[in-house]
Design a protein around this ligand. Sequence first.
Ligand SMILES: Cc1ncc(C[n+]2csc(CCOP(=O)(O)OP(=O)(O)O)c2C)c(N)n1
Length: 193
Amino acid sequence: MIDQVEMMRAIERFRGDAMVVPVFRANGAWAKVTNNVKRDIPVGGAMGKASSVALGLALSQPDTKVILFDGDGSLLMNLGSLVTIANKGPKNLVHFVMDNGVYATTGGQEVPGVGVADYADLATSAGYAHSYRFDDLEDFVTRAEEVFSQEGPVFVAAKVIPDIRLPEERAAGGQRRTPEAVLDLREQFAAAD
Ligand SMILES: Cc1ncc(C[n+]2csc(CCOP(=O)(O)OP(=O)(O)O)c2C)c(N)n1
């Protein structure tokens, strides 16, 4: 299993000006490594909808990469988005599912299908252009360049260590929230017009 902060450190090197959409625990992890916070658009609360938000961003800004860090519980709540994304075929979307096997944010309850449902297979059968699965950090680091150079939509299922520590134990806080991210983005899009 992979430490998601370490995995994200490797991803940040390929990030450039990509917009990054992290959900729940992935948001806290990404906050530790991001170097371009104004291009980070966390989606909290609206569980399951980050994949739809990322699709919208990717379609509206086709020349900019969009990196989505979905949760497994979140993806399960909007599994149809795999088919919708594949159908739209955004070449600039890289969709990670941080598969920790649990709803970490609400205390670590097991998600359905652990050890049975295969998200990479689901993405392939939905029609994603490329689909990967990783459960080893070194393996991911070795192939990260390939992952980010593919034409999307690209799907990456990553088996990550669940972080079910309470906020005070995780030294959480200071994370970016959706409303400020949307305002920042609006300014950037307006300036580019
Ligand atoms: C529609 C809806 N149901 C329930 C919740 C409460 N909730 C917030 S986070 C979360 C778990 C998210 O799990 P996952 O996507 O796997 O991310 P993780 O917490 O493991 O990073 C739940 C159930 C919610 N925000 N929205």
